[in-house]
Write a protein that binds this ligand. Structure first.
Ligand SMILES: Nc1nc2c(c(=O)[nH]1)N[C@H]1C(S)=C(S)[C@@H](COP(=O)(O)O)O[C@H]1N2
Ligand SMILES: [Mo]
Length: 332
């Protein structure tokens, strides 16, 4: 897979950020030895459950469906408890949405898109009779993990209590039997193995906020190059570069590609996306003038005209928010 192992445990969420800054091991290796053996990655519109990244702070809990229930409490008229069968009796909705970990590195693999199916969270809150003056909805998982987002967000039509992923019951690693999917908010608030919902009057600080990660956790503007791969050898004068761009529920308006390490930028083409909640695929037809080494970059512009740029991450080190790769062109 990538620098980040498929299962990124809690502590290594932070480490994975550091990894990008201090140990781009395969990259350093390739540069030292001058190898150009990189391969691009295929990014299908929907990620298979097998290829979908997993980020859990601890082990996947074993859940017995017979024992499982979802408790709803706090600022509701009547505390309630739903069995899995109760959930399945409610109308089921499907939604295609991209999920990204807040610890995903630039060009990283901790992002995927799936078709989620389940009950709209606002239906459940309606049934429980929520107090509209509540501020946060706290979500608790069977692994003692918790997080929250504002009630106002939970009441929107696109928040799901998902029981299926790509047409099958949620795989254990992805939150069986039920998890929340809240588009546009980083993975950490999409709580897996859900066992409890609680409405509270204040801002609730979840597991990662207590470790100084963002509270609102809105997905930032990002883009990456999938083809070619870093350190790939290209032998043809015409080459189609492609990748994805994502900014949560905010649309991508434009992507631009640089083939000269950011000196000049040319517009690429946005390709159709499957829903307002998914990444946007893009491509760029590159006419290569001559053989040599090239640094390729991509930058996206969102619907509010914000453009990706070089910035400082919450970690102390300045790193590129723009995905850059090096390729060698040999047309001889
Ligand atoms: N209960 C619980 N929910 C959780 C987590 C967790 O450790 N426990 N990890 C969160 C994080 S950090 C992310 S990025 C997403 C990842 O979802 P996935 O493993 O299905 O890709 O789940 C979130 N939900
Ligand atoms: Mo995450």
């Amino acid at each position: 897979m990538s620098l980040i192992s498929r299962r990124t445990f809690g502590k290594s969420l932070l480490a994975s950020l550091g990894l990008a800054v201090f140990h781009p091991s395969s990259l350093v290796h390739a540069q030292l030895f001058g190898l150009f053996r990189g391969k691009g990655r295929e990014t299908p519109a929907i990620t298979s459950n097998e290829d979908f990244y997993v980020t859990s702070y601890d082990l996947t809990p074993e859940i017995d469906l017979e024992q499982w229930s979802l408790q709803v409490g706090g600022m509701v008229k009547q505390p309630a408890s739903w069995s899995f069968a109760d959930l399945l009796k409610r109308p089921q909705t499907t939604m295609i949405a991209t999920l990204e970990c807040i610890g995903n590195t630039v060009g990283g693999y901790s992002i995927g898109t799936a078709e989620w199916e389940g009950v709209k969270l606002n239906h459940l809150l309606d049934e429980a009779g929520f107090d509209p003056t509540a501020f946060d909805l706290v979500l608790r998982g069977a692994d003692d993990y918790s997080d929250s987002f504002p009630l106002s967000r939970a009441l929107e039509e696109d928040v799901l209590l998902a029981v299926k992923m790509n047409g099958v019951p949620l795989p254990p690693d992805h939150g069986y039997p039920a998890r929340v999917i809240v588009p546009g908010i980083y993975g950490m608030k999409n709580v897996k193995w859900l066992t409890g919902l609680e409405l509270v009057p204040h801002d609730y600080k979840g597991y990662w906020q207590q470790q100084s990660w963002s509270d609102t956790a809105l997905v930032k503007l990002s883009s990456r190059i999938d083809v070619p791969g870093d350190r790939e050898l290209i032998t043809t004068p015409r080459y189609t570069i492609n990748g994805i761009a994502f900014n949560g529920r905010t649309a991508i308006q434009r992507i631009e590609v640089s083939t000269d390490a950011g000196k000049t930028w040319k517009p690429g083409t946005l390709l159709p996306k499957l829903s307002p909640y998914t990444w946007t695929p893009w491509k760029y037809e590159w006419s290569i003038p001559k053989s040599g080494e090239y640094t390729l970059m991509v930058r996206a512009t969102n619907a509010h005209n914000a453009v990706q740029t070089l910035t400082t991450r919450p970690s102390s080190t300045e790193v590129m928010e723009i995905h850059a790769i090096t390729v060698k062109v040999d047309m001889s």
